[in-house]
Design a protein around this ligand. Structure first.
Ligand code: C2O
Ligand code: CU
Ligand code: CU
Length: 448
């Protein structure tokens, strides 16, 4: 995607058609184009204004997913932009260098607008990241990649039926396309922009790669891995050392058969006499996402991966207020009808209030048969435990999406809202599976 930089950004959300399948036009939605949107490059500490011009014939909102900003600037369901209107939030960038994204968030319309193509990347840069010897030449050795499962009907139009996703797009292009990368250390910014399904990324020949950042910032040190699971809404920056791979072809693959039971995209539980069929043609299979052709290195190539990155100081949970959120299904075996603390989202109901400046520990419990990616607005959190164990090393940085495993899985997070209060406009928390969110697996709170 193209980039936009500076302090004033103009986004026009509009309808268009995209040639996703050769010779066929698919109706899509995009920002400043037919599908997806430009990457916004933000500098920490700068004040930016983003003018969002709604050229759809429908209401929309634009949410800056992962950014730490006031509820009024957050772009949730309470800041609708009517057709033909412009919304111009202005805010100071307070986040750490990392990869964020933007997408519509209108209640009951989020799935519809996101699957049609409305989303884009946000890259935040800061001095700590800039002082490290990391690849950061956009589109050359630093490449954002959004992966999206989608359902197309026979006339190749995008439909909302996310239970039967039948295609995967990478940056809006059918999976299997070729990406050229130089023979040096490269950085891939991975975003699972799917409405419903998980990815389990890996490379051919079990090539090792290193995760350097999670949702909201760099990790303390690169974490070596050969497989990486990303939930809908979740991001990871990974480094790949291609310095000895000149002339080779690699594959970036999805290993659906290795997803844990109950993770959408992998194997779901056997339905006990139920009629709900959650299997799509690409579920519980492995497939190639992208071919990587390794070409000559660039001048100023990064030749090695730094052993250490930044020093994260996680929030302390000492003396924190405890809050419980329980995910349930009705009927109990349902794979589509979910609740948070036994309730559904209501636009006019504030679920609770959080005291400004006071740390809170949230215990997220999942009593359903499937994994749910929990997302919190307006702030990053720190993961304390997953199923009562210390989280994996790649989850130890700032996060805003965390998977709560199925069948009594439990996650503890700690968060503190220090900077903004608002007695009217709430922040959201929800499952980032968009049909669950639209169907009310969401809540809202005020910070006072
Ligand atoms: Cu990415 Cu509330 O959303
Ligand atoms: Cu968000
Ligand atoms: Cu869910």
């Amino acid at each position: 995607p193209a980039t936009l930089e500076g302090s004033i950004f103009n986004l026009k959300v509009q309808k268009g058609t995209s040639e996703i399948f050769p010779g066929q036009r698919t109706n899509t939605i995009g920002y400043n184009g037919a599908q997806l949107g430009p990457t916004l490059i933000l500098q920490k500490g700068e004040t930016v204004t983003i003018n969002v011009d709604n050229q759809l014939d429908d209401t929309t909102t634009v949410h800056w997913h992962g950014l730490h900003l006031s509820p009024a600037n957050d772009g949730g369901p309470h800041t609708p932009i009517m057709a033909g209107n412009t919304w111009s939030p202005s805010f100071k960038v307070m986040d750490q260098a990392s990869t964020y994204w933007y997408h519509p968030h209108l209640h009951r319309k989020t799935l519809n607008q996101v699957v049609k193509g409305a989303s884009g990347f946000i890259i935040v840069r800061d001095p700590a990241e800039a002082s490290l010897n990391l690849p950061r030449t956009y589109g050359v050795d630093d490449v954002p990649l959004v992966f999206q499962w989608k359902t197309f009907d026979e006339s190749k139009q995008i439909v909302e039926m996310d239970e039967v996703d039948n295609e995967v797009l990478v940056n809006g292009v059918l999976k299997g396309a070729t990406l050229n990368l130089p023979a040096q250390v490269v950085r891939l910014r991975l975003l699972n922009g799917s409405s419903h399904r998980y990815f389990n990324f890996g490379f051919s020949n079990n090539l090792e790669f290193k995760q350097i950042a999670g949702d909201g910032g760099l990790l303390d040190a690169p974490v070596a891995m050969t497989k990486l699971i990303l939930a809908p809404g979740e991001r990871a920056e990974v480094l790949l050392d291609l310095s000895k791979s000149l002339g080779q072809k690699l594959l970036l693959q999805h290993f659906g058969t290795e997803l844990p039971m109950g993770y959408p995209g992998g194997m779901m539980m056997m339905m006990m006499g139920g009629t709900e069929n959650m299997m799509g043609p690409l579920d519980d299979t492995d497939f190639d996402l992208m071919q990587i052709q390794v070409l000559a290195p660039t001048p100023n190539a990064i030749g090695s991966i730094p052993p250490a990155l930044i020093t994260n100081t996680p929030l302390s949970s000492n003396g924190a207020f405890n809050r419980d959120l329980t995910m349930t299904a009705r009927p109990q075996m349902s794979m589509t009808n979910f609740f948070l603390n036994e309730s559904k989202f209501e636009m006019n109901t504030i679920n609770f209030k959080v005291s400004k400046g006071a740390a809170e520990v949230w215990t997220l419990t999942n009593q359903t048969m499937m994994a749910h990616p929990f997302h919190l607005h307006g702030n990053s959190f720190w993961v304390i435990s997953v199923n009562n164990r210390k989280p994996a090393a790649n989850l130890l940085g700032r996060k805003d999406v965390i998977t709560v495993p199925p069948i009594n899985g439990a996650v503890k997070i700690v968060v503190r809202y220090d900077d903004f209060s608002d007695s009217v406009t709430p922040y959201m928390y929800h499952c980032h599976i968009l049909s669950h969110e639209d169907n009310g697996m969401m809540g809202q709170f005020l910070v006072a």
